[in-house]
Structures are given as C-alpha cells and as structure tokens.
Design a protein around this ligand. Structure first.
Ligand code: ADE
Ligand code: ZN
Length: 331
C-alpha cells in the first residue's frame, strides 16, 4: 500500500498521456504533427520551461468536449489513487481553452463530471484551482475570472502559471484582489525559473497562501526565514525540476536542505505525463536518489494534508492525517 498523500500542484492538462492525446485527436478530427505516440514521446526533451510549454499548449488542441475533459480527469484520478493520492487540488488553464473556442462551461462541467464522483469511484477528494496565464494580459485574467463566475461553487481558488520570467506577480494585483473578495483561495507559481523577489511579491501583493515551486527561495535567507516563520507551504515538483533543467540532476535537488531549514515542503508531480511520473513516482525517486528516510517521507505526506485547502472539511483532514501517522512502511 502506498503512503497516503495529497497532491497540491497538478495541472490537469499536464496529465494528457500520448495514448489519450491520439485517441482524442482521432475522435475530434484534430491533426497532430506526430506520426504516433513514440514520435510524440521523442519530443519530450525540454531545454527549459518555455520549450515544455510550447508542446503543452500544442497538444491541448485535442481537448474539445465535456467528455474529453471528463476522461482526462478520470484517467488522472485513477492513476493518482493507485499511487496513494487521497486528496487532489487540481489546476486548470481556462485561457488556453477559451482562446481555442472551448467555453468555460465545457471545461468546468467536463472536469466536474469526473471530480464530482471521484471520492466514490477513486477514494480521492478533490478541489479545483483556476490558473491565470501570466504571459497573457491582466485584462484577460479579469475577463477569465468574470467568465468563471457562474461556476464559482466548483472552484476553490486561483493560481498563476505559464512563462514566469518577465511576468512578475504585481501585474495580477487587481485580479487577485477581486478573487479574494469573491472568497477564493490564492496560490501562484513563483521562484520556479523566476527570482526570489517574485516569491516575496506574490506574498505581499497577491496575498498568496501557498507558493507553487518556490525553489529559488533558497537564494534569499531572509525569505526562507519568513516562509518558515509564517509556515507558508511550498509545492515542490522534483521530477519536473529535473526535466525542465531547473536543477541539474535529482541528486542536486535542494529538497533535503529545504526540509532541514524548516520549510513546509510538499512533493507533487506538476505535469506527470510530460515529466516521467505521478506523485508516488516523485516520492519514490526522492527516496532512492536523495535517501530520504521514513521520518522525512512521513513528514512530506503530513505536510501535504496540512498545506491543503481542507479548512471546509477538518474532519476529513484529520482522517487523512491519522492515516499518515498509522502508515507502516514496507507493509
Ligand atoms: N511547471 C509549470 N510552470 C509554469 N506553468 C506551467 N503550466 C504547466 N506546468 C507549468
Ligand atoms: Zn506547475
């Protein structure tokens, strides 16, 4: 039985496996510039975040109907459950669909068909987090939030993703203020490729409650001290960092140093179809390469539930935390 965990940094569009991409391409009559899944997999060699994003946005063209989004989410939930994920807070990128003529309702209702029955079917509770693309304008983000208003009962929070460098958090001050006034939780990618100042700005200006990635905080000791003091969770994605060359190798990953510094770190898969593994694969890789012991692995699992947005169901959080404490490694 795998270690119970929550996944807090997962782009649903990044769970599109090559096989499903080809199936949806055929069903929807969308041409793909790859002969087969093998040739597509060959394209999964990334130089940096942008080279990955180019493929990520290209392949999304196959997602067109509610049924497509439902099947995408259902496939992810099945895989995640098999790797011990008990709770998933799932990002989606509506602007990448709206710009292709796919309506907000198609995306949210499609995802909801899978999420709404996930506890029953997969034993995984879920939340949805709507991300704004930071390389799009602030006006576009505001329009996206407006378009999401009829679906806010299904959306727990907002996030910020896509190309980071050159797109500082301050650009999105207004949309985050509006989101907060609507009662939405706030997270943002910061310090993945961008400098530690973006993390500070996202905390100060956007009022984020969790930092997605946050890797580069280690360059700023005062920021680390603040994150430790305020117990701000970081959603790290180790296999993603290796594939996008944010770290040279997994052995060089700062996660052990971050835990030693007292940071509230969690481990997540980001875009598992592209980066070589789901949540459990990330845990396994850390255990094998960074020699994390049982105490550390349990800490990471505990952190994932502590950092989750389960304030609306503390009983469920307590149940998950009890599962983590009772977990027997090797059993
Ligand atoms: N790792 C990542 N960073 C920024 N934007 C993303 N969109 C999907 N994955 C992402
Ligand atoms: Zn991400």
């Amino acid at each position: 039985m795998p270690l119970p965990k929550a996944e807090l940094h997962l782009h649903i569009e990044g769970t599109l496996e090559p096989e499903l991409a080809f199936e949806l391409a055929a069903r929807n009559g969308v041409p793909l510039p790859y002969a087969d899944t093998g040739e597509l997999r060959e394209a999964y060699r990334f130089e940096d975040l942008q080279s990955f994003l180019n493929l990520y946005y290209e392949l999304m063209a196959v997602l067109r109907t509610e049924r497509d989004f439902e099947e995408l989410a259902d496939a992810y939930l099945a895989r995640a459950a098999a790797q011990g994920v008990r709770h998933a807070e799932i990002f989606f990128d509506p602007q990448a669909h709206l710009s292709r003529g796919v309506a907000m309702g198609t995306v949210v209702e499609g995802l909801w068909r899978a999420l709404g029955r996930s506890e029953e079917r997969h034993g995984v509770s879920t939340r949805l987090i709507m991300c704004f693309l930071r390389d799009e304008s602030a006006e576009s983000a505001l329009e996206t939030l407006e378009a999401a208003k009829p679906y806010l009962d299904r959306i727990t929070g907002v996030g910020l993703d896509s190309a980071e460098v050159g797109h500082p958090p301050v650009k999105f001050r207004e949309v985050y203020e509006t989101a907060a006034a609507l009662g939405l939780r706030r997270v943002a990618h910061a310090g993945e490729e961008g400098p530690p100042e973006y993390i500070t700005e996202a905390l100060d200006v956007l009022g984020i409650e969790r930092v997605d990635h946050g890797l580069r905080c280690m360059e700023d000791p005062a920021l680390v001290e603040r994150l430790v003091r305020d117990r701000v969770p970081l959603t790290l994605c180790p296999l993603s960092n290796v594939r996008l060359r944010t770290v040279d190798t997994l052995a060089d990953h700062p996660l052990p140093a971050m835990l030693d510094a007292g940071l509230l770190c969690t481990v997540n898969s980001d875009d598992p179809a592209y980066f070589g593994g789901y949540a459990g694969d990330n845990f396994d890789a850390l255990r094998e390469t960074l020699f994390l012991d049982e105490k550390r692995l349990r800490e990471l699992a505990r952190n994932s539930f502590l950092a989750s947005f389960l304030e609306d169901d503390e009983e469920l959080r307590a149940r998950y935390l009890a599962e983590v404490e009772a977990y027997e490694f090797g059993a």
